[in-house]
Design a protein. Structure first.
Length: 221
């Protein structure tokens, strides 16, 4: 079984929908409440929501760049995360612990197919997100609205966020806002790389230095 983390694109978003992963037609974050209500009154709300989600993703990709990661298992999409600056996420303003801090990117969605739960895919997706943001530079943290009841389909479980390194930034009984400093993620990455280097050095066989030209010469008789 092979696992890969790849960028979220409109094609991969559509593939997630075909694979049965929810959130393909959820626009809780992408639209403000007024536009969501207007969409609900259309003849085919699900088709309209899917089109709005794809349009939103394409817009963010053009204006800001990559805004998600998809987990592939044997090339089949089984989970994903979506993140973007607060300016691109009007639905976030409706939460009681809003607004998001101005120095942070917002993690809106994190989902793994239940059939693949418990294998570390959720943590791997969050780490892939952190790696992407660290490489961009100029971003200090990631924040997310957590659900303490684990009932909201489109709100990440607060317990999951805590397990992968987020800490409560603004408390609330049902929808706290949590934060993960990217600086700590960078420190973690450096520590892992240093540990690997020490391990490689410990198991690499020692070699004798090559003889110098002087050592190789025969003394005059």
């Amino acid at each position: 079984m092979t696992r890969r983390m790849v960028r979220l694109t409109p094609d991969r978003l559509e593939a997630l929908g075909r694979a049965g992963v929810p959130c393909h037609t959820c626009v809780r974050w992408e639209l403000d409440p007024v536009r969501r209500a207007r969409l609900d009154r259309t003849a085919d709300p699900l088709a309209g929501a899917a089109a709005e989600k794809e349009a939103w993703l394409s817009h963010v990709l053009r204006e800001w760049g990559s805004c998600g990661r998809v987990a592939l298992v044997d090339d089949v999409p089984v989970g994903y995360v979506v993140y973007a600056p607060p300016a691109f996420v009007p639905g976030a303003d409706a939460h009681p612990t809003a607004p998001v801090s101005p120095d942070a990117v917002l993690l809106t969605t994190a989902h793994v197919d239940p059939r693949h739960a418990g294998g570390g895919l959720g943590r791997a997706l969050v780490q892939a997100m952190a790696r992407d943001l660290l490489e961009r530079g100029g971003i200090r943290a990631v924040e997310a609205f957590g659900d303490t009841r684990s009932r909201g389909r489109c709100v990440v479980s607060a317990d999951f966020l805590a397990r992968v390194g987020f800490k409560t930034h603004r408390a609330h009984p049902t929808t706290p806002r949590l934060r993960m400093e990217l600086r700590s993620a960078l420190t973690w990455r450096d520590e892992v790389e240093a540990a690997v280097e020490r391990l490689v050095g410990a198991v690499r066989p020692r070699t004798s230095p090559a003889p110098s030209l002087r050592d190789a010469e025969t003394p005059d008789a």
